[in-house]
Design a protein around this ligand. Structure first.
Ligand code: IMP
Length: 185
């Protein structure tokens, strides 16, 4: 397989670059309406949400601040404990701030539930969630994202920030991987 060509590794394109950008524009407009006259701090969850935060923020014409968190989930997919460890915390105090957590994808939703509760305990005015993608399992999450880009089927996807072994994040679309890629592991 040609290591230089990402496209060769892909099976199906689920979302094109244009579809993603058009949806982000819609959501950005909705956020601007909802937060009119209020401060807004976007909290991106590293590393997957970097593209979403970058494009969502630039689709807005209002002032917006950005901060970042990195978390690691223990026992992902095997336990329902939802234990999460903070690898990088926010640079700033979020007391009395309007926080919008930006996520790439909600799968089980355990990471997000934990993060949302953790941030609420710091005394912000509000904590809401924007997730670009949502898988079917996430429908059982108690704290629902306020903004969802797309509902997708329950399959592993890469691109637009999402990785497989740290690769494919730089793909402009969202796609499923060719089975050959997994079998090469
Ligand atoms: P959750 O706690 O089960 O919702 O897991 C969410 C995290 O799992 C996301 O932030 C991603 O890092 C990762 N993840 C879940 N599904 C996928 C996928 O299809 N492709 C790439 N990463 C995924």
């Amino acid at each position: 397989m040609d290591a230089q060509d990402i496209k060769q590794d892909l099976l199906t394109e689920l979302l094109s670059e244009n579809e993603i950008q058009a949806r982000l524009k819609e959501i950005a407009g909705q956020i601007e309406k909802d937060y009119q006259g209020k401060d807004l701090l976007l909290v991106g969850v590293l590393k997957g949400a970097i593209m979403v935060v970058a494009d969502l923020a630039r689709a807005m014409s209002r002032h917006v601040e950005m901060d970042w968190m990195a978390v690691s989930s223990y026992g992902y997919g095997t336990t329902s404990s939802g234990v999460v460890r903070i690898l990088k915390d926010l640079d700033q105090d979020i007391k009395d701030r309007n926080v919008l957590i930006v996520e790439d994808i909600v799968d089980s939703g355990l990471t997000l539930s934990w993060l949302q509760k953790n941030l609420i305990s710091r005394g912000p005015t509000s904590v809401e969630v924007m997730a670009l993608l949502r898988k079917p399992e996430a429908l059982t999450v108690e704290l629902e994202p306020k903004y969802i880009g797309f509902d997708i089927p329950n399959e592993f996807v890469v691109g637009y920030g999402l990785d497989y072994g740290e690769k494919y994040r730089n793909l402009r679309s969202v796609a499923s991987l060719h089975p050959d890629v997994y079998s090469g592991d």
